[in-house]
Design a protein around this ligand. Structure first.
Ligand SMILES: Cc1ncc(COP(=O)(O)O)c(C=O)c1O
Length: 373
């Protein structure tokens, strides 16, 4: 039996006709960048994410970059973020000439440990970027409280967490601004690159809209130094088709997560502590986790991964090296041992297939193969 990590061709099969018809419509419209499809998508995603404003952009990375530019981040500023995330979270900080200041994670949720933030703040700190890793919101309440006390902007990296809830709000709608990615493998993925910036702040949204088009208003009169962060009409139109199924797909991912937990328990792998399952940090919210990734913790992870590969089961490691230890950040002076929770996670985590179309048989095969190992 083959168990891929994700199967986008199968994922798109039930809506293939609609996607083709939509693509045809956009091709025939002659309108390919921004425009009515983008405006409609922005309205729909804003409503879905329970925010007032949404700005469609070229990628999740650009959403983060645009959010920082809109917040006025300049060279020399310091931005605190998680040591354990996809590279873009920190890359955008450095690209603006600002300094990423890393804080370690809570080893259960893999998200920023809010108790470590205060000691990372200096007079140069301007913002905090919590990451809602794997589809579960970071513990935002203590973080927001600290940010308010110290006058810091909070920009959520919600690239992996569309629709994840935290105390009645949704990922990307909790801080000053939030950033979504529509990279094809995301729970809501485009058929190319795309992203979105979310905010409830009208002035922030206005400035972001301006910066998205090289700061021009009117055309060819540049008020601000922006860039080209525009989203394609084609991606927006295709995303609108897919967004209608998002809740169903999320429900299927949650069902798969529950099934894994049950299968691992029955296999006797939990009591023995051989396998650690994802922990749900906000159990008061049944919609807290959207399971963008299903992450288990194991010893001898690399051996297990190779064993599963041989059996036809694909897995992935998100991420094998914490951000402060990346080569491009060596001038920041961090060293192994500085971020124990992130470093241990990097050694032990393994992402199992969790995509909506995964079958019960495939899941049983994955768990049985792990038990055999
Ligand atoms: C946590 C996180 N931040 C940022 C990004 C960047 O998004 P994109 O790939 O759309 O640029 C991603 C997605 O890859 C991500 O997972």
């Amino acid at each position: 039996m083959k168990v891929p990590l994700l199967d986008l061709k199968t994922h798109h099969k039930p809506i293939r006709r609609q996607l083709l018809d939509t693509a045809k419509k956009v091709i025939d419209s002659g309108h390919y960048i921004l425009g009515p499809e983008v405006a409609a998508l922005e309205k729909e995603i804003a409503a879905y994410s329970r925010v007032k404003f949404a700005v469609g952009v070229s990628s999740g990375t650009d959403a983060l970059l645009l959010a920082l530019m809109t917040a006025g981040i300049k060279p020399g500023d310091e931005i605190i973020t998680s040591a354990f995330s996809f590279f873009a979270t920190a890359g955008v900080i450095a690209r603006l000439g600002a300094t990423p200041v890393f804080a370690d994670i809570d080893p259960r949720s893999y998200n920023l440990d809010a108790s470590l933030l205060a000691s990372a703040i200096t007079p140069k700190t301007k913002a905090i970027i919590p990451v809602h890793l794997y589809g579960q919101c970071a513990d935002m309440e203590p973080l927001l409280k600290l940010a308010a006390q110290r006058g810091l902007a909070v920009i959520e990296d919600a690239a992996q967490a569309i629709g994840a809830e935290y105390k009645g709000k949704r990922a990307g709608g909790i801080g000053l601004a939030g950033c979504l990615s529509f990279f094809p493998t995301k729970n809501l993925g485009a058929l190319g690159d795309a992203g979105m910036l979310l905010t409830n702040d009208a002035a922030f949204a206005r400035k972001a809209l301006l910066l998205r088009v090289h700061g021009a208003e009117p055309k060819y009169y540049h008020k601000l130094l922006g860039a080209n962060f525009r989203i394609d009409a084609l991606q927006a139109a295709l995303l609108r088709v897919k967004a209608r199924r998002l809740d169903r797909w999320t429900a299927q991912r949650r069902q798969n997560a529950a099934r894994y937990a049950d299968l691992f328990r029955r296999a006797g792998l939990l009591e023995s502590g051989v396998v650690g399952l994802p922990s749900v940090s906000h159990p008061q919210s049944t919609h807290g986790h959207i399971y963008h990734q299903y992450i288990i913790r194991v010893q001898r992870r690399d051996e297990l991964r190779a064993y599963l590969k041989k059996k036809g089961i694909d897995t992935e490691i998100y991420y094998p090296l914490p951000l402060p230890l990346q080569e491009c950040f060596k001038d920041l002076g961090y060293k192994p041992g500085d971020f124990p929770a992130s470093e241990q996670a990097a050694q032990e985590i393994l992402a199992l297939p969790i995509y909506p179309e995964l079958t019960r048989r495939q899941q049983a095969f994955v768990v049985d193969s792990i038990r055999q190992f």
